[in-house]
Design a binder for this molecule. Structure first.
Ligand code: 1SY
Lengths: 175, 175
């Protein structure tokens, strides 16, 4: 199943690389020194539609990307491949003086699922896409519960009902 | 199947992003101006064992990584994510004055397959790993043959019999 493959790939090709050293990199960054409350876990948002907006800024006027924590490592012949973990600032809409910081993204493997359903080659239906997204999430939770993944604890999988952005045909299909 | 998922992810999450503009970026780079013969297609090497060395330099004294062609784009909430395409110089062992350049890597999704077979969580056997590698290659060829992938022609999938690096236990398993 595609969703399972994406979960294994996300774990071994990304989470296993960025999570073990993340908290330390964050603590050594300028963002941690700012004194702003900072949730130092990597948040991977799982939009229900698998639509992964390219950036947070356009999606929510209260969220602004202010930079990234990064490191480089040679992987698979790609010398000093760069891994960036974006840092975002959230402003409390009821009190513009209250801000806090978080790390995260829209869970990138879902972007491939969305493309498979809309890209015209894979022939994946929206139901198939949603099913594979569920398989991805279940498999990733299972992997992260394994003792070998103990160094990947600074991570949150966050499902997000972005149903409002669905076109009327998608809403119709759901019914 | 895992291999199929990795092929779709490699296509939509990487090849579709880097291949369409690759030749132009290469032609505008310092490497193209050097006058050295330059094969301007992206080469993804598929080691038979799925072992993906971190860099070419250690693998072959005649190959040296001399830089990269890169660009940045906001993907999935990761602002200005960096995509590097490594440039390698090959020296002809029979004539040290003859060099040529190529772009490429050890096909990164295979690295996840290798980790799945050796990482102790997935329980994937070496036969399973080799089978998924074959499925990956077949699916990727199929995707790249589709009319929608016409802008991804500057690409070569290169299987490589790296069997010599197998431990005696792997060779034994194969028999
Ligand atoms: N947000 C985010 N930032 C990253 O830097 C990153 N790097 C990987 N991933 C995701 O982890 C998983 C495993 O990565 P892997 O490198 O094995 O496969 C990658 C890899 O084979 C190739 N690829 C993507 N970006 C690059 C890159 N910059 N250099 C080389 N290869 C790349 O295409 C596959 C799919 O990439 P994404 O679809 O971006 O999602 C990947 C994937 O789900 C990332 N996700």
């Amino acid at each position: 199943d595609i969703g399972h493959g994406l979960a294994w790939s996300y774990y071994y090709g990304y989470l296993k690389l960025i999570l073990p050293g993340l908290r330390q990199r964050v603590n050594e960054s300028e963002f941690a020194k700012s004194g702003t409350p900072f949730l130092k876990k990597f948040i991977a948002i799982l939009p229900e539609t698998s639509i992964c907006p390219s950036s947070f800024d356009k999606e929510d006027e209260n969220v602004k990307t202010i930079g990234a924590v990064e490191f480089s490592v040679s992987i698979s012949g790609n010398v000093m491949r760069n891994y960036k973990t974006a840092v975002h600032q959230v402003t409390d809409p009821r009190d513009k003086n209250k801000t806090y910081l978080f790390l995260g993204e829209f869970c990138t493997p879902l972007r491939s699922l969305y493309e498979m359903a809309s890209g015209g080659i894979a022939g994946l239906s929206n139901e198939g896409r949603n099913h594979q997204s569920l398989l991805f999430r279940e498999k990733l939770k299972e992997i992260l519960g394994h003792p070998n993944a103990a160094d990947c604890k600074d991570f949150v999988l966050l499902p997000y009902r972005d149903v409002a952005v669905q076109s009327s045909s998608e809403v119709h299909e759901k019914e």
